[in-house]
Each structure stands twice: as structure tokens, then as C-alpha cells.
Design a protein around this ligand. Structure first.
Ligand code: ARG
Length: 435
């Protein structure tokens, strides 16, 4: 189903963000199926500290006709309420042991957290429907945890009905057993359960931090699980909360359709994350494996050839695959890097990402893999190439010549550098353009 967006809406989105074309691409993608757009998990701390931005971003989605399903947490409020009432509580494997006293407080805390969201939305004229304890049918599987439920069924018909009625469903992490006993559900498990049922295009985690940070506290923009998961999980600097989240996202994405993704962001950055290629937060995809070859089979060479010819819109020379080269190819056959070795440093002969793979972090993933093998690299590109701003960020230095810009990484010796620059400028074209 295609919706028509008013110029006004687009302009509102555009203000300082990105190209209209990019925004329309995402609007169309996200509105193609009413129920499958997104499950949004709202962390408890966000309701406490960032409610205003939260409801603004949700009402904006509503305004452009998108229909998310919201599920909220409330752990921090529950803990402080229990403390205030001097009720003791503890955790087992990250799950809160729920005695009947804890359960009562949980019910009132989650209900009031949920009301904070619905009331604030109401003020913006957005109708929502709270499901305090009637979205999930549960079983108590582990008696050690007390009244903790595992979701065995979801009341999907009422959730869909509320969406059809133009409401935004707001789910609390509580449910009932078949016998009607109230139970507490870990909010991340509830998110997993609802996502498994809906198979959303996006699962969004709204947190205060707004993403996963690296060892220098810089936001990691893209994570491709197939390539990055083990590396990240092995790092001491990734703190345990983040590891836990990543592990859950890994489980989740393994259950969802291949194109689904998870985004971790904060309310203020949600629109930018959703409607631009670059995003603002951490985008996690199952991703693609990047394979490398010293020589290519006939099949592989025709794949490489097709990616290069499509992205450079020309014909590859016959002898392109001769000589001393290394190839990096994504398992989805949509990105390639070709390296050549005739200087002391390595020459990046070709780098191409297919247009429909932009915004997925594939280009960055393949570059990263190639850079791990090569401390010294240089390459060239046409001065009018759109990718140059990315290259400028990625390189250690660059020099502009009339026909080519030359970029390099890791080359410090000036004689060596000028050799590389000369080499790059002198390389004959390996693609013929037909006009
Ligand atoms: N808007 C796209 C999406 O929501 C791309 C987001 C890219 N985000 C990022 N943090 N790299 O799927």
C-alpha cells in the first residue's frame, strides 16, 4: 500500500536531516505493511527521564501514518518503589524473583509507567491503548523465580484491533496464566515474544545512552553480527549490560526475516535513525560474512564483474582478473573490494557497494575487514565521486590532482608516499564507459 505524504510532513522531516529521496525511500518501506513496521521497546529509564522526547517521537510516527507497537520496561522504578516500601528483592540470572508482595508492587508500578506514556500521548492528541496485563498469556515454568511468566501466547487479535482503530498499543511486561494468575515478565523476553509473532521490519530499543559504545565511548554506528559478534563479545571494554543486549539482539535477529534489523537509539534521535541512511544510533543486522580470495573462480569473477559493472556503469576490461590481487566479497554478493600489490603499500583498485545495500553498513564492514589485513593502503577516486566525503573521513591524508583524488592510510615516509601517488595517477582505466 502506498501512502501519499504531504509536502508539509516531508519538509518537517527534512529540516536539517537528509535528502527527500532518502526519506521517501524509508517512509515507503516502513508503511508497506501496517503491522510489521516496528516493535519499540522503551527502557524504564527513558520513561523516567525523557518522557517528553519519547512521546514527541512516537506522535511523529503516528502523524506520518506509521504504526509501531510499544512495549515498555520499568525495572528502575520498580526497584525504587520496592526499596521505598522496604520490600526485599533479588535477581536470578538477570530475572527478578517475584514474590506475591513484589508482584503487587510491580503491577501498580508498571500500570503507572504505562499511564505516563498514554496520558502524555493523549495531550498530543494521539490515542493509545494500554495493555496492562492482557497482551500475554503465560506459563510459570521456573518456580524458583516465583510469579514470573514465560510467554506462551499473545493476544494478537486485540493488538491488531487497536492498531486498526488508529490507536498505538502500549504493552506492559505483565501477563496472566490460563488460570488467571497475574505474572511478571522480563521486558526483554516480552519484546522477543512479540517480535517473534509480528516479525517486524525493525525492533527498536530506546535507551538513555542511545546505542552501543566502543572502547573510546564513541557510538558504534553499525554492527554486522556475522562478522562482529564474536569479536565484540570477547572484548573487556564492552560492559556486561551491552553484552547482554547484544546477545538478545543476536537471538532475536536469528528468528526474524533476513532483512529485519534492530536499532538502539534515544527518543530524540529516533526519526533520524529511521529515515536516513546514516542513522543516529547503533544499527544491528545479522549481516553478511565477508570472504576473501587470493584468486577467483569463474563464478566468483563473474559476480565481481557484475557488481563492478553495475556500480560503475561501464564494462570491465578483459584482463582485469590478471596479476597479483586479493578480493573481498560479501556473502550477499553486493559489495566487493579488489586490492593490488605492486608497490610496498597495497593499492585499493576497486571498492563498490550496490545501491540497494546502502545504509546497511556493508561498505564499512568490507572496508574494515580489508584494513585489518593491510596497514598501508592507497587509492584514487574521481573528484566528483559522491563517496569522497566518506573517503576523507576514512583516510589519514589525501591529495587532489586534476583528474583524481589520491587517498592513503598508514603511509608516512614521504618518498614512499610520492611513489604511491604517482603510481595511482598513472594507472590505466580498467573500466570502459559507453556513452
Ligand atoms: N534508516 C535505516 C534503518 O532504520 C538505516 C539506519 C542506519 N543507522 C545506523 N545507526 N547506522 O534501517
Amino acid at each position: 500500500m502506498n501512502k501519499v505524504y504531504t509536502k508539509e510532513t516531508i519538509l518537517k522531516l527534512l529540516s536539517g536531516m537528509s535528502s527527500e529521496k532518502e526519506i521517501r525511500k524509508y517512509l515507503e518501506r516502513f508503511s508497506s505493511d501496517d503491522f510489521r513496521f516496528a516493535v519499540i521497546k522503551v527502557g524504564g529509564a527513558v520513561i523516567q527521564n525523557d518522557l517528553e522526547n519519547l512521546v514527541s517521537s512516537i506522535s511523529f510516527l503516528h502523524e506520518v501514518g506509521l504504526k509501531p507497537i510499544i512495549i515498555h520496561g520499568g525495572g528502575p522504578s520498580l526497584s525504587s518503589e520496592l526499596d521505598a516500601n522496604e520490600i526485599e528483592f533479588s535477581f536470578l540470572d538477570g530475572q527478578r524473583i517475584t514474590t506475591s508482595e513484589v508482584l503487587d508492587v510491580a503491577h501498580s508500578v508498571f500500570t503507572s509507567e504505562s499511564k505516563k506514556i498514554t496520558n502524555a500521548l493523549e495531550k498530543k492528541n494521539v490515542t493509545s491503548k494500554a495493555f496492562y496485563d492482557d497482551a500475554f498469556v503465560c506459563e510459570i515454568k521456573d518456580n524458583k523465580l516465583g510469579f514470573v511468566g514465560e510467554v506462551c501466547e499473545i493476544n494478537i487479535a486485540s493488538i491488531k484491533k487497536s492498531i486498526d482503530d488508529g490507536e498505538i498499543p502500549i504493552l506492559s511486561p505483565m501477563g496472566r496464566t490460563i488460570e488467571g494468575q497475574l505474572v511478571n515478565i522480563n521486558a526483554d523476553n516480552a519484546t522477543l515474544a512479540i517480535s517473534k509473532k509480528i516479525l517486524p521490519d525493525k525492533v527498536i530499543f530506546l535507551s538513555e545512552l542511545g546505542g552501543i559504545l566502543d572502547q573510546n565511548n564513541v557510538l558504534i554506528s553499525n554492527i554486522n553480527l556475522k562478522d562482529d559478534y564474536e569479536y565484540l563479545m570477547s572484548k573487556d571494554w564492552l560492559h556486561s549490560g551491552m553484552k547482554h543486549k547484544l546477545k538478545q539482539i543476536n537471538n532475536l535477529l536469528n528468528l526474524l526475516p533476513k532483512n529485519s534489523s534492530a536499532s538502539i537509539t534515544k527518543p530524540l534521535n529516533l526519526t533520524r535513525e529511521l529515515f536516513t541512511d546514516a542513522g543516529s544510533g547503533t544499527l544491528v543486522k545479522l549481516g553478511h560474512k565477508i570472504n576473501k580470495f587470493e584468486s577467483v573462480s569463474l563464478d566468483q569473477s563473474s559476480t565481481v564483474q557484475s557488481i563492478l559493472e553495475k556500480s560503475f556503469k561501464g564494462k570491465l576490461n578483459k584482463n582485469f582478473f590478471d596479476g597479483n590481487k586479493k578480493y573481498y566479497l560479501s556473502s550477499c554478493d553486493r559489495a566487493v573490494i579488489v586490492m593490488r600489490y605492486e608497490e610496498k603499500a597495497a593499492y585499493m583498485d576497486k571498492f563498490a557497494v550496490m545501491n540497494d545495500a546502502r545504509g546497511e553498513g556493508l561498505g564499512k564492514a568490507i572496508m574494515k575487514k580489508m584494513m585489518l589485513d593491510h596497514p598501508k593502503i592507497f587509492w584514487r577516486s574521481r573528484p566528483n565521486n559522491n563517496i569522497n566525503s566518506y573517503y576523507k573521513n576514512a583516510c589519514d591524508g589525501f591529495q587532489k590532482h586534476s583528474e583524481w583524488n589520491i587517498y592513503w592510510i598508514g603511509i608516512e615516509d614521504l618518498d614512499e608516499l610520492s611513489g604511491c601517488i604517482r603510481y595511482a595517477i598513472e594507472q590505466p582505466l580498467s573500466i570502459t564507459y559507453e556513452y
